[in-house]
Design a protein around this ligand. Structure first.
Ligand code: DAH
Length: 326
């Protein structure tokens, strides 16, 4: 009996059950019908009663130990087999890197540029009412200037419209802040237009300065700075007289680059002017005490110039092959 139990203990201690075959062999030799444990049980049955207590508990302990060893090894093998095979040395699938849309880049460059000379950012709603978008800006009812800015009106409420320009933010700012005011208002605007140079949605950045003794010369200084910073010193600038209902006098500003033959190719990039006294009055600001200037720049036009984009609609197609280039 003693030798039998020693052998069981030794087999159990030395067993290396790393494969299914190891487990099967161990089961056959130790746990099985003709295995060591069964042999020991048979021998135990034939022992005289006085000897039984001496060997019984040891035999039971060894039996449990061998069974546990076998069962654990088998469970481990099973769970290993169930794991999906993963090659951890495979490089991962590359994730495409995102980039900022050219319009976002230009808009944040412009805001940063004006921030540096003291302009804060102001905002207004894209769904605007007729008063902020037109009337308060001195567009008389039925004035042809309104036709030039035909837009999208809300069904059932023609007083609500998608703003045609960021100039309405001038009104909202003057109504909510006391002068001195020095803000830029970037944002989306809408018109009923659609061709290579016009999109029904586009972007502007509006500038507004209201203070005592503000002059046209102050405005030119700021606009020269903008051109220098955004385009570089090699660009020429010129102002042409123009008309906007909310400024008097009004101008359009062109930038130009000298061509090889010495001529300058001009391109209009913004509207500007001195805020009309009637607009100041609409916002409860005394035109005898305060004056100011305003300007509106088309952001899409600047992005097209900077990145040489031939068709404005490319900016709105959400094609990463396009927007990933900038
Ligand atoms: N709001 C004008 C437009 O969209 C642009 C403009 C012109 C803005 C003159 C101004 C300005 O602030 O003074 O056509």
């Amino acid at each position: 009996m003693e030798t039998l139990l020693k052998e069981i203990a030794q087999r159990t201690q030395e067993a290396k059950l790393t494969t299914k075959a190891d487990c099967e062999n161990f089961k056959r030799d130790v746990l099985g019908k003709n295995g060591l444990i069964q042999t020991a049980m048979d021998a135990f049955r034939d022992l005289p009663g006085s000897e039984k207590p001496k060997w019984g508990s040891e035999l039971n302990r060894l039996k449990t130990e061998a069974n546990t060893l076998y069962q654990t090894a088998l469970d481990n093998l099973d769970s290993e087999v169930k794991l999906p095979w993963t090659d951890i040395t495979l490089p991962s699938i590359p994730l495409p890197k995102g980039s900022l849309h050219p319009l976002t880049q230009v808009e944040s460059d412009l805001t940063a540029l004006f921030n540096r000379i003291g302009f804060r950012v102001a905002t207004g709603p894209e769904i605007e009412d007729d008063w902020h978008n037109f009337t308060a800006l001195n567009f008389p009812e039925n004035h042809p200037a309104r036709d030039m800015q035909d837009t999208f009106f809300m069904k059932g409420n023609p007083d609500r419209l998608l703003r045609t320009h960021t100039s309405g933010v001038q009104i909202r700012t003057m109504l909510s802040q006391q002068p001195p005011i020095r803000v830029v208002a970037p944002g989306r605007v809408y018109r009923c237009d659609n061709d290579a140079t016009h999109s029904p949605v586009f972007h502007q950045i509006e500038g507004l300065v209201i203070d005592k003794d503000v002059s046209f010369a102050d405005m030119k200084e700021v606009l020269y700075y903008f051109v220098d910073q955004f385009f570089g010193k090699e660009f020429e600038v010129r102002f042409r007289p123009s008309f906007f209902p909310f400024t008097e006098p009004s101008a359009e500003m062109d930038i130009g680059r000298r061509k090889a033959n010495g001529e300058i190719a001009w391109m209009e990039i913004l509207g500007c002017g001195m805020v009309d006294p009637a607009v100041l009055e609409n916002c409860n600001i005394d035109p005898e005490e305060y004056s100011g200037y305003a300007f509106g720049i088309g952001i899409d036009r600047l992005a097209m110039l900077r990145y040489q984009i031939p068709d404005i609609r490319l900016l709105y197609e959400n094609d990463v092959r396009f927007s990933g280039q900038f």
